[in-house]
Design a protein around this ligand. Structure first.
Ligand SMILES: NC(=O)c1ccc[n+]([C@@H]2O[C@H](COP(=O)([O-])OP(=O)(O)OC[C@H]3O[C@@H](n4cnc5c(N)ncnc54)[C@H](O)[C@@H]3O)[C@@H](O)[C@H]2O)c1
Length: 339
């Protein structure tokens, strides 16, 4: 018997532009035809951006981050006659970016796309790294793809119009970057709290650029999330379970998850009490309610989380501030540790 084999490798390069021009995507698109996916909120807040564009509007809520929305976008793309010669531009927060990337990946077996993230969370995290997708039933981001956009325009000025809760949610992810190893962000968070809370323009620019750099460095080593990229999930295993069961914004739930993971790091003898105290002080100094009460429903949500492998979870703990480590723990062990 003969075996015929072949392999193909898709190598993509994403360019990230740190620009203050909200319309910079038009320059990048150049002569190509394009269509924009965004939401009512963005259109209301920044009408000038959407002037004279082919526009598909979606409801950017977690309840609508699903296959029904994907299907309705595909219907609209098809009705507009969009083919592979077009580029799809997603302008919005993590929901718009995640959905745009997934739609672009599957529509006509793949069209090119670009992202203009507009929340702190999407600027610093969600838009970077090529993970796209939608929720399925109660499972977050269960259906999706790995595909990198042609470009990302990271304009830190967008954070100025975010509602406070959204800003604090994004800041939760920024704190995560500080604790998993970005000492520059840690320094800014520790010494420039007033500027951070006031969304000082140059401070925003700095922390977003730092977060992007850290994410790029990690993603380059592990594009499909099989190894070192797990450290980006610091605070997320428990954070996701809180987000899903208590309906708390992503980054705010992640802060509670960071606190819980810090406690587990101490209980497992990895982290000193002193360092844990420093972490808790940092979180509380930003006004977060870091309390958490985990019960059956949280454990069940963790068990259902797609990141589990069999009944084990790759759980991110800290050996020190800036020194994450991934441990494969059983659900039972986690339940015992957070109990
Ligand atoms: N792909 C990834 O790697 C990754 C990583 C982290 C999070 N995520 C996903 O990101 C999603 C959360 O994204 P998010 O926190 O960016 O929020 P979001 O997309 O849910 O948007 C939150 C709200 O802010 C509004 N908004 C967006 N930009 C605005 C602006 N500049 N001014 C005023 N309002 C604005 C939106 O219309 C929406 O109402 C989750 O679904 C999560 O799963 C993905």
């Amino acid at each position: 018997m003969h075996t015929l084999e072949y392999s193909t490798k898709k190598i993509t390069t994403t360019s990230i532009y740190l620009s203050h021009d909200k319309q910079y995507f038009r320059t990048l698109v150049g002569d190509r035809k394009f269509v924009v996916i965004s939401s009512e909120n963005l259109i209301k807040t920044y009408p000038e951006i959407f002037h004279n564009v082919n526009l598909i509007t979606i409801d950017d809520t977690e309840e609508h981050k699903n296959l029904a929305t994907v299907e309705s976008i595909i219907g609209k793309l098809s009705a507009l006659g969009i083919d592979r010669s077009y580029i799809i531009i997603g302008i919005g927060g993590g929901i718009v970016c995640d959905i745009t990337g997934f739609v672009a990946h599957i529509y006509m077996r793949g069209v090119r796309f670009g992202l203009v993230p507009t929340t702190l969370l999407s600027l610093a995290d969600a838009a970077i790294g090529g993970k796209n997708g939608v929720n399925y039933l109660n499972y977050k981001n269960m259906i999706g793809s790995f595909d990198n956009p042609d470009f990302i325009v990271a304009n830190s000025d967008f954070v100025q119009t975010l509602p406070e809760v959204q800003y604090m949610s994004g800041l939760g992810e920024i704190i995560k970057y500080a604790l998993i190893g970005n000492s520059e962000i840690l320094k800014i968070l520790s010494s420039d709290k007033e500027k951070v809370l006031a969304r000082d323009s140059s401070t925003m620019q700095k922390i977003i650029a730092e977060a992007i750099n850290t994410k790029i460095e990690i993603v380059k080593q592990d594009p499909t999330d099989k190894g070192i990229r797990h450290i980006l999930n610091f605070g997320h295993t428990i954070g996701h379970s809180i987000e899903i069961t208590e309906n708390i914004p992503h980054g705010i739930a992640v802060v509670k998850g960071i606190n819980a993971a810090t406690d587990i790091s101490v209980k497992t003898g990895l982290l000193s009490d002193d360092k844990a105290k420093q972490i808790k002080q940092l979180l509380s100094s930003y006004g977060y309610d870091i309390s958490y009460h985990l019960g059956e429903k949280h454990i069940e949500a963790m068990a259902n989380d797609k990141k589990k492998e069999n009944s084990n979870i790759n759980f991110v703990l800290l050996e020190d501030i800036g020194k994450p480590t991934v441990r494969n723990l059983t659900i039972d062990k986690i339940a015992e540790l957070v109990g």
